[in-house]
Ligand binder design. Structure first.
Ligand SMILES: *Cc1c(COP(=O)(O)O)cnc(C)c1O
Length: 212
């Protein structure tokens, strides 16, 4: 069997709950590496650059109606229009300017996406995400003022021993907002994330190998 399918199956065998979706994060990998998963019927794929996603997935999507594409990387406002065309989910909504534009593009195009609000749970300068103390206001703004379909929270916690506390915070905060979906858990920490009810795991290197 193809090694990539084997690795995905191994991850699946660790997950007992069928509400949990695995997003195969295919950024930087060429289509010929990814294609066996598509042919095997895998549905969710993640990319972090609009241009790369368009080049790689444009044709494949036309022939595979079931595919769902997730934008998991930082989204510049000037790429928002293209992103709404290409993706089904955006995990990185974290500022009003971006949210305003996404809302406008949706009204013009008639297409509705599913959104996660990214939270900078570790307060790390180099990472994106809304600060936890601004989350309530930002969430209300996105949902009430802009009518964005926010389905949950997303975070990339610091890769250290605080990670479990951050998963717990995200799980509790998500529930307190009444949100049903939760995007957390990557190759290094998805087993720990599983303790706090994620619905979308974002897993790259454990499936495709390390990125050079
Ligand atoms: C690259 C990336 C992932 C996947 O990371 P791995 O460690 O390779 O599993 C998950 N989430 C985001 C936001 C990423 O940019």
């Amino acid at each position: 069997m193809n090694i990539i399918i084997e690795r995905l199956n191994k991850i699946k065998s660790n997950i007992k709950n069928d509400k949990i979706n695995i997003i195969a994060v295919s950024k930087t990998f060429p289509l010929e590496t990814i294609r066996p998963l598509v042919d095997a019927g895998h549905i969710h794929f993640g990319e972090n650059k609009v241009q790369e996603a368009e080049t790689k997935w444009g044709n494949l999507r036309k022939n595979n109606n079931n595919l769902k594409l997730h934008m998991i990387g930082k989204l510049q406002s000037n790429k928002a229009k293209k992103a709404v065309e290409i993706f089904d989910y955006i995990h990185s909504v974290d500022n009003k300017k971006l949210a305003d534009i996404l809302s406008k593009v949706e009204s013009n195009s008639g297409k509705k996406l599913k959104y996660f609000i990214q939270v900078n749970v570790g307060g790390e300068k180099q990472k994106s995400g809304i600060q936890p103390n601004e989350l309530d206001d930002f969430y209300t703004y996105c949902v009430k003022n802009l009518n964005l379909n926010v389905i949950g929270l997303m975070a990339i916690p610091p890769n250290d021993k605080t990670v479990e506390n951050h998963f717990k915070y995200l799980y509790e905060t998500n529930a307190s907002l009444g949100l049903k979906d939760l995007s957390m858990g990557m190759s290094a920490d998805y087993l720990l994330a599983l303790k706090y009810n994620p619905t979308y795991l974002r897993i790259g290197s454990l499936i495709f190998g390390s990125r050079s």
